[in-house]
Design a protein around this ligand. Structure first.
Ligand SMILES: C[C@@]1(CC(=O)O)C2=NC(=C\c3[nH]c(c(CCC(=O)O)c3CC(=O)O)Cc3[nH]c(c(CC(=O)O)c3CCC(=O)O)/C=C3\N/C(=C\2)[C@@H](CCC(=O)O)[C@]3(C)CC(=O)O)/[C@H]1CCC(=O)O
Ligand SMILES: NC(=O)c1ccc[n+]([C@@H]2O[C@H](COP(=O)([O-])OP(=O)(O)OC[C@H]3O[C@@H](n4cnc5c(N)ncnc54)[C@H](O)[C@@H]3O)[C@@H](O)[C@H]2O)c1
Length: 215
């Protein structure tokens, strides 16, 4: 079973097999987020040459990529030859690496989702290869739902109050009790839902004072 995680990309070394449109997309995706990227391919598209990532032009039926695989944390398979793709997948897998196999969703270890930022929240959706277009279009529906709701304002207010609580309430347990009290306070939530930002903030701060004044 695959699980969702947010991973700091600058910690990753990513090896990409294939430098066509999919390989270039992965190279850009990972390197733009700070990962170290190395591409191995017979030929690469021009978009990839300007990314500033390491490129080795090799025929993977002749070149042994064992050292490159050992170097990597994540291995991407994006060659257009299914026999070669399976061979590379098996090799990287047997060497204990996490593989993003763009050529076969059923065996991939790592999925690249459809992603968007809505009202401060990062939303990622995937069908894990079953039906990509519905996954992509669902982002429009999700964005519409969130934008038309009280969540964006709640996000702003909660973020502000959380920052203030981290400064004002030194004890972790008390701080957690504050978050709990906040979300259980009907008046606070009603003000948020009614879009009364200043009053909601004031109510949140009053609850904070109450928690601070408790023994
Ligand atoms: C989000 C995005 C990220 C990215 O790839 O960058 C992404 N696919 C995108 C585009 C795209 N995908 C495909 C086309 C061709 C036309 C079409 O079919 O529409 C196009 C369009 C194009 O290439 O332009 C077809 C396709 N997709 C997969 C296979 C292999 C298979 O199904 O086995 C095949 C061949 C199917 C076959 O041979 O029949 C597999 C995967 N594609 C995924 C993600 C993962 C889970 C997706 C999910 O289900 O949620 C997974 C598992 C790969 C992974 O995680 O690496 C990106 C958004 C770009 C954007 O919108 O910006
Ligand atoms: N995950 C996705 O979103 C998605 C989308 C479209 C296609 N795909 C899959 O990804 C594959 C690649 O798609 P693409 O559009 O990037 O293909 P492409 O033809 O543009 O690129 C293929 C790359 O593989 C390299 N290659 C092939 N044989 C090689 C060898 N022997 N040695 C070294 N390099 C070799 C080529 O040089 C090229 O760089 C497709 O065949 C399909 O299975 C996945």
């Amino acid at each position: 079973m695959r699980i969702p995680l947010w991973v700091e990309a600058s910690r990753l070394k990513v090896l990409v097999f294939g430098g066509g449109s999919v390989g270039a997309r992965r190279a850009k995706f990972f390197s733009a987020a700070g990962a170290e990227v190395r591409v191995l391919a017979k030929k690469v598209v021009p978009e990839l040459q300007v990314l500033g990532v390491e490129i080795k032009l090799v025929d993977l039926y002749q070149y042994d990529p064992s050292d490159d695989i050992r170097w990597a944390d994540v291995v991407v398979v994006a060659v257009d030859d299914p026999v070669l793709a399976e061979q590379l997948f098996r090799k990287a897998e047997s060497m204990g690496k996490l593989v993003n196999d763009a050529t076969d969703a059923s065996r991939t270890h790592v999925v690249v989702p459809y992603e968007r930022v809505v009202g401060g929240l990062r939303i990622a959706v995937t069908s894990e290869g079953a039906a990509g277009t519905p996954a992509r279009l669902s982002l429009d529906v999700i964005e519409g739902c969130i934008k038309n709701s009280w969540i964006p304002l709640f996000f702003q207010i909660y973020k502000q109050l959380k920052a203030e609580a981290k400064e004002a309430i030194k004890e972790t347990k008390k701080r957690l009790a504050y978050y709990q009290a906040l979300v259980e306070d009907e008046e606070f939530l009603e003000l948020v839902k009614a879009g009364r930002a200043q009053e909601a903030l004031a109510r949140g701060r009053a609850i904070m004072s109450k928690i601070l004044n408790l023994a």
